[in-house]
Design a protein around this ligand. Sequence first.
Ligand code: ZN
Length: 264
Amino acid sequence: MPELPEVEIVKQGLLKSLPKDEIQEVQTFRKDLRFPLPLKELAQLKNHSIKTISRRGKFLILETTSRHFISHLGMTGHWRFESTYSPLKHDHIRIQWNSQNLIYNDPRRFGYILNYEIDLFKNFGPDPILDILEAKNFYPRYKKSETNIKTFLLNQKNILGIGNIYASEILFKAKIKPLKKVRQLKLQDWESILVETKLVLNKAITLGGSSMRDYKNVEGDKGDMQNHWLVYGKQSIPCSVCKTAIKNITISNRSSYFCSQCQK
Ligand SMILES: [Zn+2]
């Protein structure tokens, strides 16, 4: 599933080729993805244009001269441009300009497009790239939390954009074991986690994101971050710091990789 860095790369790719002129037509090839599509609002994009595309967490925000939409890629969603449209299986939406097409394809249909609602992000945590993350805000707020830090990081209500891969990588860099209870974290632990969150995600963006299975950017290229993972998918491989074999445990049904020596 794409996490924040991969969605950021998709956004950058979309912005590179986004036509400035008016949309000729929007075709939808089914009524729903994970949720019902806003069919009427999408059709009303005719004669409007997309002003820009922004990102918050794992959400893309399509800002048009008519209204805003959010796009979530789910597991296998991706957008591609084509000057001449060549239909593919699992194409669900086609936005058509004079000399360009933007197509949304999603084989597993866990992705979705919705009308943007102003209070959408009210119940979500901060975005680690767009917002300032401060240990002094997290530490008192979650002092009594019985959750483990791995599960905490995956919850978009606490912090946006982190998924299973980057949660393991961040906790390894911060030297915190994934099962550590949030209430046991000291102020310095929060500082390490939040600093490493920014560093790990920024590094992944610089490297074009992580590609496993389906993820490709808008141009169809793969990222390179998977070649720089330190613990994710490295079960039994010696830790890059201390040479102890990396462990893999299941937390909330997800694989979590860590070094039992480096992470306390
Ligand atoms: Zn180690």
